[in-house]
Design a protein around this ligand. Structure first.
Ligand SMILES: Nc1ncnc2c1ncn2[C@@H]1O[C@H](COP(=O)(O)OP(=O)(O)OP(=O)(O)O)[C@@H](O)[C@H]1O
Length: 284
């Protein structure tokens, strides 16, 4: 679906944010793009959807150069930026003026997402609260039924019940024909939603791995202490030590995304190295 080949990008030529970056994303997946504030998540998403232009390399969507922004690419792509602008229109008028750009837009779905998010359907958009505006745009984004749906920090501004609804709705909207990319620096917001983690750190994609594959290679557990264990990374908690260990026994554990993310950004290279090796090779 999306192929990024040898991408170099910088807002200034002398300060590259990415150099020779490669990444491929496929249909049928919900990707979580994680990175610290300023890591370059928004910039990477903008390159993907053709709103920022690589200095070198290419970003293609279904083989078409994203930066050309051709109608056949745009009608099958929805990008929800972090900062949204809504016009002084009701949802119905917004749909009447905008939905025509998306051939697979489904009005019934749009209103049912609005109802689920408890967004009043007759309100004027720019008079709504920021959270309501965001939910309206998420509902619109989903109802476009584009093959590629890219959302930059969509959960910013949502209250806790809305975040729960967001996860449920997105999970339901994923089909084999759709590729969803969601960026966040709030790792917990993507819990139980994404199937593949992409981590951008120090100007590189350090991880692009399905959660199942991470769980095959790493064990997430709570220990009374690190003694006698091959602990790759750990954090103290009230229940003991939340730890990441090599999964040498083939035990399945739920990936603690926040712990995993912290291990990467706090500079434990062995966690990433283990992902790229195969510790189970000799275990069975
Ligand atoms: N239009 C711009 N012109 C110049 N520099 C920019 C521009 N937009 C972003 N940057 C810089 O590029 C770097 C990456 O910014 P970006 O917004 O992509 O990060 P991010 O990972 O999305 O951050 P956050 O989690 O805070 O939203 C930052 O250092 C930022 O200051």
């Amino acid at each position: 679906m999306i192929h990024i080949n040898n991408l170099s990008f910088g807002y200034r030529k002398k300060h590259l944010l990415f150099q020779n970056l490669n990444l491929s994303l496929f249909k049928g997946h919900i990707y979580g793009l994680l990175g610290k504030n300023g890591a370059g998540k928004s910039t990477l998403l903008k390159n993907m959807v053709g709103l920022a232009y690589p200095l070198e390399g290419t970003c293609t969507i279904n083989g078409k150069n994203a930066s050309k922004r051709s109608p056949e690419v745009l009608e099958n792509l929805f990008f929800l930026p972090e900062e949204i602008y809504v016009p002084p229109l009701t949802s119905a008028k917004y749909v009447a003026r905008t939905a025509c750009f998306y051939p697979n837009f489904n009005e019934q779905e749009f209103y049912s997402y609005l109802a689920e998010f408890e967004v009043p359907r007759d309100a004027v958009l720019d008079k709504m609260s920021f959270g309501q505006q965001k939910k309206m745009m998420i509902a619109f984004a989903l109802a476009t039924n584009t093959e590629l749906l890219v959302m930059d920090e969509p959960t910013n501004g949502l209250d806790i019940p809305s975040k729960v609804q967001f996860r449920k709705i997105i999970a339901r909207a994923l089909t084999e024909d759709r590729c969803v990319v969601i960026s966040t620096h709030q790792v917990r917001d993507l819990e139980s939603l994404i199937d593949t983690l992409v981590v951008v750190h120090n100007r590189e994609i350090v991880v692009n791995e399905e959660l199942d594959s991470i769980a095959e290679k790493l064990l997430f557990t709570t220990l009374p202490s690190a003694e006698g264990h091959d602990v790759l990374y750990a954090e103290e908690s009230v229940r003991g030590l939340n730890a990441i260990l090599p999964n040498t026994e083939g035990v399945y554990s739920k990936v603690d995304m926040e712990l995993f993310f912290n291990a990467i950004i706090n500079g434990n290279p062995s966690v990433v190295q283990l992902l790229h090796s195969n510790p189970l090779q000799n275990a069975f």
